[in-house]
Structures are given as C-alpha cells and as structure tokens.
Design a protein around this ligand. Structure first.
Ligand SMILES: NC(=O)c1ccc[n+]([C@@H]2O[C@H](COP(=O)([O-])OP(=O)(O)OC[C@H]3O[C@@H](n4cnc5c(N)ncnc54)[C@H](OP(=O)(O)O)[C@@H]3O)[C@@H](O)[C@H]2O)c1
Length: 256
C-alpha cells in the first residue's frame, strides 16, 4: 500500500513511517527538512527494500496542501493511507503570543489537514477503500489556557475526524484520530514549552506511541489514545465542567 505521512522527518511521524517501512509499504514522506527525509528514505529503501518518495513541503503556507497533492499526482502515485501528522504548538498567554506563528499553526494544524483529507479522501471514497489518520492530541478534549490556539486546533481535528468517519465509513473509508499526551519529540522546543510544567510530569516515547498507534489504526480503531494516564484524562474530561477543565489545564501547564 502507498502511505503518505506528513511530518515524517522526526518525532511520532518518523516512528510511524519506520513501522510502515518495516512492513514493506511504499512511503510518501513530506516535511520541510528535505535532507532529513532523503536520509531516512535512503536508509529505509536499502534496509527494507521498499519504494520511497520525498516531498519538501511547508504546510504552514497557503496553497501548500494542494501543491503537495499535485506533486503526488504528477508522480502517478495514489494514496491508500494518509497520515496527517505534521503539527506545531505554541505556549504563552494569548495576548502575548505571536500572531504570525498562530496563523501558521492554524494553516498547518487545521487548513492543510482539512485540504489533504478532502483531496485524497474523495479519491478513497471513489475507490471505496482507504484510511486516514489525523494526529490530534489529548488537548482535543479540553480548553487550553496558555496554549489556547493549539488546544482549539486539536478540538477541530477531533470534530472533523469524527464527522468524516461517520460520512465515509459507509464508503469503505476509515478516518481515525490519534490523541497522544506529552511525548518526547521536537514538539516541546518548537512550542516554546521550556518554562511550562507540562512536560515535567513524565512523557511517553515517540516509538511507543507509534507502535500502539500502528496496531490499533491498522485494526480499524477510530479513537486511539496511547497510555493509561492519557486514557483516564480524556475520559475524565466528560465528567467535569469546561470551566473546571480549563482551570486544571492551566495548573498543569503553568510556568514552573
Ligand atoms: N509531542 C507531543 O507531546 C505531542 C502530544 C500530542 C500531540 N502531538 C502531535 O503529534 C504530531 C507530531 O508531533 P511530534 O510530537 O512528533 O513533533 P515533532 O518532533 O516536532 O515533529 C513534527 C513534524 O512535523 C513537521 N512539521 C512541522 N512544521 C511543519 C510544516 N510547516 N510543514 C510541514 N511539516 C512540518 C516536522 O518536520 P520539519 O520540521 O522537517 O518540517 C516534523 O517532522 C503533531 O501534530 C503534534 O501536535 C504531539
């Protein structure tokens, strides 16, 4: 099968890509770091005798998702599995955080993910088969003071994912959401979370998140929450008021 993974140059996306490589799938790897993608593609092509294609793509820019789709088509490739993994966060009070960074986050986490889901998803619907995995976060279950736009973007991903799965299951297309909690990757630094408590209470390894995800996603699971604590927190979100939830999140990720 042909598997397109965005944000495949590091973290959870790279670990997922490796698992698909080990199983012999054809990989379409997208991210901004072309050199890193090339290195990974060469290593996996050699090690696992697979076909790989790399796509340099900055999905925080308007039009980038359509450009990526056009490049995939230009190579004559179809996509059986789409993993919308690329995403960023940003820590800080909403009145102080950088507007441009948040505009780019919305473009990456929301707009590009939506566009790729539509462009590749409608071909899957036509083919009556295919799978999409949208990487959200446990943040999707809560309002997120001090990371307001990030939490809101992941709530969007959760809602879109559940709606598309409802529409497309009858057409043979699975749309699943991945909801990881804090995970050791490049995310913390990129989100400027150094002064936050969020990553001080233990994290999962990206490799472990990817292993659980690969098995559950390929088995058809629609809501994938790796890790016991993350499962409990997501369930607990339904039992408390939104105001209490916002207060708890604020405390959890306040400055050290
Ligand atoms: N780590 C966590 O604690 C955590 C928790 C919950 C959810 N998540 C979600 O998991 C997903 C993967 O994050 P991660 O933790 O693996 O972080 P990461 O190590 O920082 O990886 C992010 C990936 O996305 C790519 N990316 C970033 N900006 C991009 C852009 N503008 N265009 C294209 N690709 C871009 C990066 O590659 P380039 O820099 O080469 O472009 C990289 O491959 C994200 O959606 C994140 O929100 C992470």
């Amino acid at each position: 099968m042909n598997v397109l993974i965005t944000g495949a140059s590091g973290g959870i996306g790279m670990e997922l890509a490796k698992l698909y490589a080990e199983k012999g799938h054809t990989l379409l790897l997208a991210a901004r770091s072309e050199e890193k993608l090339r290195e990974l593609a060469e290593e996996w092509t050699r090690k696992f005798t697979i076909e790989t294609h790399i796509f340099k793509s900055d999905l925080s820019k308007a039009g980038a998702a359509e450009k990526l789709y056009a490049e995939v088509k230009a190579k004559g490739l179809s996509v059986d599995i789409l993993i919308n993994n690329a995403g960023v966060g940003l820590f800080g009070e909403f009145h102080k955080t950088d507007l441009v960074k948040e505009q780019e986050m919305i473009q990456l986490n929301i707009t590009s993910l939506t566009e790729l889901s539509k462009l590749f998803g409608r071909e899957m619907v036509e083919a009556k088969q295919g799978k999409i995995l949208n990487v959200a976060s446990t943040a999707a279950f809560f309002p997120g003071p001090l990371m307001a736009v990030y939490y809101a973007s992941k709530a969007y991903v959760k809602s879109l994912t559940e709606a598309l799965d409802n529409e497309w299951s009858e057409h043979g297309v699975q749309v699943s959401g991945l909801y990881p909690g804090p995970t050791s990757t490049g995310f913390k630094d990129a989100a400027e979370l150094d002064n936050s408590k969020l990553f001080k209470n233990g994290t999962m390894k990206a490799e472990a998140v990817a292993k659980i995800t690969f098995i559950e996603f390929m088995n058809g699971k629609r809501q994938i929450i790796p890790g016991g604590m993350n499962k409990i927190q997501s369930k607990a979100s339904r039992l408390i008021s939104r105001k209490t939830a916002a207060n708890i999140v604020r405390k959890t990720q306040d400055r050290v």
